[in-house]
Unconditional design. Structure first.
Length: 402
């Protein structure tokens, strides 16, 4: 059984030590270079100019040369530690503004270890408050921040393992972005009729959504049995083509907005802040699906294909019309009547089905990449929790494994 010891940050392996940032690293803030956006325009060049969350610009001089870790000095990003990285690595020749602390190696401990250790760590108890929602990590508080430190060989082994999974995540993000860009381009070509699939040459005709479908065809009455089962889908459950879940309940416990009856291949069109595209094509995943009245439910008729119509409603062709409707409004929302009036050029049913199938295949590939990315994120989170706490040990060359 692994020997553990108590420390101010909890249990850590007996052969690790608990130290402060001030005793384990060098703070290199003296070389930071605060420059306004206007001045950066006059100093445009090849060297990255970093803020706490990434590269802000490129200028014609540098103050740092090497590998350093950055962590924010102020802002509200400290409260988002669970989902947003708190630290980053900067390598080569670069500059840093005065909103990030710069951490250098003391010659023993790796800056990469610092970056991984604090990437998603809650340090809110070490912050001072600046206004209602702004926090500051002072240099003094940074110097006193505690962390666990294995020996350098184990630091390196853990950093390498976490870097490998980070590399996988980046490659998945790149593949996803590339696939999305290809699909967006193909949507423009196919949905505007600029590219025709083999075997189709008929003219397209202009149609309103109300001519292609029935909007809000079914709703639950107020007299619905209180014991009726409901799988409630809210606006928050839907984002850009994906339905992330439904809440099971009885009708008596459901919110007053739980009224829209949906069936397989109905389209859920989010009418509140429609620019966020809380839209999805429902494929029959639940037994008692009921959607919020925040959706307009679009049920296609005999002359339209649900897959094609969904792609139209997700496209720039719909976005342009929606933007005109909500322009100047204090509350960005559209009505079901507005959805009925959306107008598109539409081909024959057979060509709709062919276009819908092509774009649906892209969506399936995108969904697969998204699922792989979610799994990789969960894997990295599990690895970070186990490795950075010492609960899981990696074999280190020249040392016995436990």
């Amino acid at each position: 059984m692994m020997a553990m010891q108590d420390s101010i940050i909890g249990e850590i392996p007996a052969d690790w030590k608990c130290a402060t940032i001030g005793s384990a690293y060098e703070i290199c803030n003296q070389n930071r270079l605060p420059i306004s956006r206007e001045r950066r325009r006059d100093k445009s060049g090849q060297y990255p100019y970093y803020g706490p969350t990434g590269v802000l610009d490129y200028i014609n001089e540098y103050r740092f040369d090497g590998t350093f870790a950055l962590i924010g000095e102020d802002g509200d990003n400290f409260l988002k530690f669970a989902t947003h990285p708190m630290t980053l690595l900067a390598s080569g020749r670069f500059n840093v503004n005065n909103h990030a602390h710069v951490i250098g190696s003391d010659g023993v401990n790796l800056v990469e270890w610092f970056q991984q250790y604090f990437e998603h760590r809650d340090i809110t108890t070490h912050l001072t408050r600046q206004g209602a929602s702004r926090y500051k990590l002072t240099k003094a508080a940074l110097l006193d921040l505690p962390l666990a430190l294995p020996g350098q060989p184990e630091q390196q082994a853990i950093v390498n393992a976490l870097s490998d999974i980070s590399g996988l995540l980046k490659s998945l993000d790149r593949a996803l972005a590339k696939k999305q860009a290809i699909k967006q381009g193909l949507m423009r070509e196919l949905l505007e009729g600029r590219m025709r699939l083999p075997g189709f040459s008929e003219k397209w005709s202009e149609k309103k959504i109300s001519e292609l479908s029935t909007v809000n065809p079914e709703s639950l009455a107020s007299g619905t049995s209180p014991r009726r089962k409901v799988d409630y889908i809210s606006l928050e459950d839907v984002r850009r083509g994906d339905i992330f879940g439904a809440t099971q309940m009885e009708f008596k416990d459901a919110p007053s907005r739980a009224r829209r009856v949906i069936r397989s291949h109905d389209i859920l069109f989010g009418t509140v802040r429609p620019n966020l595209q809380s839209h999805a094509l429902y494929r029959g995943n639940w037994k008692h699906p009921i959607a919020s009245t925040g959706f307009a439910i679009v049920r296609t008729g005999s002359s339209s294909d649900p897959g094609f119509l969904f792609q139209l409603l997700m496209s720039h062709l719909a976005d342009v019309q929606i933007s005109r409707i909500i322009a100047g409004s204090n509350y960005p929302a559209v009505s079901s009547a507005d959805v009925c009036r959306l107008t598109f050029m539409v081909p024959s049913l057979e060509e709709q089905q062919a276009i819908g199938a092509v774009l649906s295949d892209f969506d399936k590939e995108l969904s697969l990449l998204k699922r792989r990315s979610v799994k990789a994120v969960a894997m990295k989170q599990g690895m970070m929790q186990a490795l950075l706490s010492g609960r899981t040990r990696l074999p280190v060359q020249g040392e016995g494994s436990e």
